[in-house]
Design a protein around this ligand. Structure first.
Ligand code: UDP
Length: 496
């Protein structure tokens, strides 16, 4: 390993970061790039399309103002994806049009190929969907590291089901089966709660073999998790799913000061929401507020919004509720009559983008109702918040098993039939929502136990990213490896 002084004098280690077109991938990858920028001699560059670049400018500006510069290199979002100009993100399209974003992934291949060859960085950290970057990197004799925005547990579950599709042999969609070959406690699921690509053939089923082959052939994998959180699965993953793995999270904890600006861009609306949320929370008692947010691209249908509104009103907790969606979904026809007036002062509804990390960090927030997106889980735990789980799509139901059954830091809101498919979903009634919240917060029952566990995880997570601990070590060992490979390449050695 070179000492810091030597690294600073040596040629820069130029690392390209290429995220998928989804905010929940762009945020953690940008956080990792900012961590790279802190190491002397490293020059990280986010390679990204224009509208997505706008989302990370506050984070990059904040990092630069602390002396850690991350460059931006733009490439065009493919016009053949037939999305209106400026629409380049999974969170900006309706579920009917999300296939266009995945189409854009395939269509971005040539532009990425061109930009990588033109600039020939020393290493590429690219998102899992961009499988062709492994071959480009090999061709140039540089390492490609695969980036995963999902945790190790959901990855292992999905991998094992692809390899051994036991779910194909269950009599009904509600019939329980055990996830095969998984370390740790026995995990049971039902077919209706699996990601769609495992239930029927879709774009991901077609791409899976290419993604996996490219991941296994890439130099290694970097994941936003911390070893202590899912160590049995991390050990297993290192054996079966990659050549090397670095667990470098929770990256949201790496820059406490920059939390408020993550992912929201510089728009007037994002700034106003930021100020409104923090001002409102400032007037609330510690632990009195439930934060309700379902990530950057999922949303609830009108009927469910209505039940949610009534359930939150009746729950006995104050609430800060983020409503996501396109213009249509942000209309308020679903709102029960007189509801806004009745909950005034007790509930704050925020439309569009809210500063989730900063909100979760606020002492007024006592409970986090989440869809169990991976970033949300890490951000919630990192801020000591127990979880009310309301999974919606893709891997959320798998991650919920980690939350509820393995870590025991949260409970399910609804125990009836649930599905990842929109048209199959059952509307969860207001009474069930009220019941779940009340049961969680009242007395010294299970909610209290979960709060204690979440607090313990927050300490472990904070320690993991601190100087010299597991995630910090992994991040530095990844950078060390890239420096060694750079030197070897300059000395004529080709990467295997
Ligand atoms: N997020 C946010 N404000 C919002 C909605 C989402 O800051 O109004 C952030 C959240 O903090 C997290 C990411 O967006 O970093 C969502 O990622 P996650 O993996 O939880 O869910 P996904 O968006 O993939 O469903």
């Amino acid at each position: 390993m070179a000492v810091a002084g030597e690294e600073a004098r040596a040629p820069k280690l130029r690392v390209f970061f290429i995220p998928f077109f989804a905010t929940s991938h762009i945020i953690p990858m940008t956080d990792i790039a900012c961590q790279f920028a802190k190491r002397p001699g490293v020059e990280p560059t986010m390679v990204i399309t224009a509208a997505n670049a706008a989302l990370i400018r506050p984070t990059l500006d904040h990092s630069a103002s602390s002396g850690y510069t991350v460059q931006l290199l733009l490439y065009p979002f493919p016009s053949a994806a037939h999305l209106p100009s400026g629409i380049e993100n999974l969170g900006s399209v309706s579920s009917d049009e999300s296939w266009k974003i995945y189409k854009a992934v395939d269509l971005s291949r040539d532009a990425q190929d061109r930009i990588i060859r033109e600039h020939t960085p020393d290493a590429i950290i690219s998102d899992i969907p961009f499988w062709w970057t492994t071959a480009i990197a090999k061709d140039l004799g540089i390492p490609r590291i695969t980036f995963h925005a999902a945790g190790v547990f959901p990855q292992c579950v999905m991998n094992n089901l692809v390899k051994n599709p036991v779910h194909d042999h269950v009599p009904t969609d509600s019939h329980q089966f055990t996830i095969p070959d998984l370390p740790g406690p026995s995990i049971k699921m039902v077919k209706s709660e699996l990601p769609e690509f495992l239930k029927h053939h879709d774009f991901l089923t077609s791409a899976w073999d290419d993604l996996k082959k490219s991941q296994l052939e890439s130099y290694g994998v970097v994941v936003n998790t911390f070893y202590e959180l899912e160590h049995e699965y991390c050990d297993y993953y290192r054996k079966v799913d990659c050549q090397r793995a670095w667990f470098v999270g929770p990256v949201a904890l790496c820059d406490e000061q920059g939390k408020a600006g993550r992912g929201g861009g510089e728009s007037e609306a994002a700034r106003e929401n930021r100020e409104r949320c923090m001002r409102w929370l400032g007037g609330k008692e510690a632990g009195s507020v439930m934060f309700v947010c379902f990530g950057s691209w999922c949303y609830l249908e009108d009927e469910q919004l209505r039940e949610m509104a009534l359930g939150l009103e009746a729950s006995g907790m104050e609430f800060l509720w983020v409503l996501r969606g396109d213009g249509e979904h942000l209309k308020t026809e679903w709102m029960p009559e007189g509801w806004e007036e009745r909950v005034q002062g007790k509930g704050l509804v925020v439309k569009g983008w809210a500063p989730q990390s900063a909100i979760l960090d606020h002492e007024a927030v006592g409970v986090f109702m989440t869809h169990c997106g991976w970033n949300s889980l890490l951000e919630g735990l990192g801020c000591r918040k127990p979880i009310l789980a309301w999974p919606l799509a893709f891997d959320h139901f798998i991650t919920e098993r980690l939350v509820v059954e393995v870590l025991k830091v949260g409970v399910r809101v609804w125990d009836g039939f649930r599905s990842t498919i929109e048209k199959e979903k059952v509307v969860v009634p207001a009474e069930a929502i009220e019941r779940a919240v009340r049961k969680f917060i009242e007395g010294s029952g299970e909610g209290e136990e979960m709060r204690k566990r979440a607090a313990k995880w927050a300490e472990i997570a904070g320690a993991a990213v601190a100087e010299g601990d597991s995630s910090h070590k992994d991040l530095n060992s990844l950078i060390d490896d890239l420096f060694v490979l750079q030197r070897e390449r300059k000395n004529g050695k080709h990467i295997e």
